[in-house]
Design a protein around this ligand. Sequence first.
Ligand SMILES: [Zn+2]
Length: 402
Amino acid sequence: MNCQICSSKELTHVTSLGHHALPDVFVTPGEATEPFTVYPLDLYVCERCWLAQIGYGVDPDLLFRDFVYTTESNPASQPHFARLTRSFIERFQLGREDLAVDLASNDGTLLEQYGGDVQILGVDPSSATAAAKAKGLPTIVDFFTEATAKQILATYQPAKVITTMNAFAHIKELDAFMTGVVALLAEDGVFVSESHHLQNVITKMQYDLIHHEHLRFYSVRPLTVLFDRYGLEIFDVEETETQGGSILVYAGRAGVRPVSPNVSRLLEQETDAGLYSTDTYAAWADRLTRSKHRLMSLLYNLKSQGATIVGVGASAKGNTILNYCGVRPDVLDYITDGSELKQGKLAPGSLIPVTTDQDLLDRQPDYALVLTANLKDIIIRKLRGKGYKGKFIVAGEVPSVE
Ligand SMILES: [Zn+2]
């Protein structure tokens, strides 16, 4: 096994989270009596470039062609992308002739925010693009590679801005993707990626980010190694609230733009947080095990006292919690989710039935385990507003009840 960025064989095995079913492939009641495939989910860290990564990469066709996640299902996306696209237009002085390309454009939520002020184009292999096409947003339905870049350049000018939001860590063929980015990018173009920040996985115990769609956990150092290989340079970084704590990384061709002091500042912060030391990861693996024991002892105690408990939010992250901790239908009666693509099905691996939020309000279980911890404030406010009277449990290093 080689590092996904620097190809080094010096990978330290941090921990195993067990074998997991694919986190976004929900099971029909008919399939529930059939055997299903599980894949090893192990975290490694590279001692040369310090990329944290999972060990087994699932065929992307299995993961993403029938993708049930839509950008607009996350209520934080639209205002965030509106702010970002405005800032790109101003900072990089984009005009009506300039092209902005979004890679992994999903339902087109980001592209829409440009509001007709620039030319837009999306590329995404998943079925979520049907919604973008229905809105009239130009979209190429395919994985992005150098061939896609050439196809685009046959019609368009090189791109002034290329974005990939919460998807850069999902790309298995990273070299094919980066070759495409470099081919498509204008000389003074900017490649902006937003990815969950490894520092939060480590310091805030956000282990639910570890699932088979999420191959890599980024920090500044490994990204510098990656971009350097393609003649790109990180010229600015910004920490954001997305997905419970992400980094926005701005890269351009080396030497074209002045490098902000934000870059060295974040690198220093990551070093202080221990991201570039194997001891941190060994300690983290112990903390992870203890967090599982705490959550399960809370849930089993409540169950043994006769409490009713359900889950809220049948997300890929939630499925990591359920499958790592071994939560099954004898603990959670059901999981509620707003997506009609998931309702009436069973969560992958745990086979806990998925139903609507209305069920939670009608049946008023004693406890609701929040399975999308990154959206916990929004979810708790929404369900309280609708009249849920029970208590919420939020998983984490120490589970909280509120
Ligand atoms: Zn490496």
